[in-house]
Ligand binder design. Structure first.
Ligand code: SAM
Length: 242
């Protein structure tokens, strides 16, 4: 069926349906709050940073190179034990240690106190969190549960102005699966601020999958987002003077 007969003879209902579908898919993509990427190097230079789930440690290695002597402010951790490191991971760990960073293996991002006691950090980072499984946990996507538990654990280890940064693929699929807003809300963080993330800003950063199951495949043409979480300000109501 043609619409607007006599006015725009080339527009059909199918054209409009497709256009709507396309626009809605675009809208579902997270609208970025910032134009420039989050300044990981700037933040690392200003205080202590903890990076979790670092996979092959290539993001940490690239970041350490960018920040120079401030690499001593970085603690980079992997979920895998050091026995499971590939030669490339060992090489990255060596370079990081030489540059002054601390490298730790076998660290669970959802139970940080077990490794870090009462230590506080100005920045906590989890690049592309992924459990490598699609089996629901408590009826929710397992990656949402991972993010939620990481944010909860992080609350014990943030300095007063400390923040959490999580990068992910910017797509409706990932936004729905991770539900970062819900995870923030549940753990007393503000709704996260969305920045663009570009791999090209971090030479040598080669993203790895959790398992070779395609669960976190980063595809060509994908766009990426860094969500930055700030704690909600606690209001000290009890002793306020009138
Ligand atoms: C998609 S990979 C990304 C790895 C790396 N951050 C990167 O950007 O290339 C997801 C990583 O999350 C890690 N991971 C999964 N569950 C974790 C947990 N509970 N604590 C810490 N890391 C975890 C996996 O070991 C894996 O390295």
């Amino acid at each position: 069926m043609r619409l607007y007969e006599g006015c725009e003879p080339d527009i059909t209902l199918t054209d409009i349906a497709w256009k709507r579908l396309w626009l809605s898919a675009l809208e579902l993509k997270r609208t970025l709050d910032q134009k420039a990427p989050f300044d990981f190097p700037g933040k690392v230079k200003k205080g202590r940073s903890l990076l979790v789930g670092e996979g092959n440690l290539s993001f940490s290695r690239s970041l350490a190179r960018i920040v120079g002597v401030a690499a001593k402010n970085m603690t980079s951790t992997t979920f895998q034990g050091e026995d499971d490191y590939t030669e490339a991971m060992r090489a990255n760990a060596r370079v990081l240690r030489r540059s002054g960073a601390t490298v730790m293996s076998g660290v669970d991002a959802t139970k940080l106190s077990k490794w870090f006691g009462r230590s506080k950090f100005d920045l906590l980072v989890f690049q592309f969190p992924n459990v490598g499984s699609r089996n629901p946990l408590y009826g929710r996507n397992p990656n949402h549960i991972l993010v939620r538990r990481f944010l909860k654990s992080a609350t014990e280890h943030l300095t007063g102005n400390g923040i959490v940064a999580i990068s992910a693929v910017n797509s409706p699929h990932y936004d729905g699966a991770f539900d970062v807003d819900g995870a923030a809300e549940r753990n007393e963080y503000e709704i996260p601020v969305a920045y663009p993330f570009y791999f090209s800003d971090y030479p040598g950063y080669t993203h790895v999958k959790t398992k070779d199951d395609g669960a976190s495949a980063v595809g060509e043409g994908d766009e990426f987002v860094t969500y930055v979480f700030h704690r909600k300000k606690q209001v000290a109501r009890k002793w306020m003077l009138r």
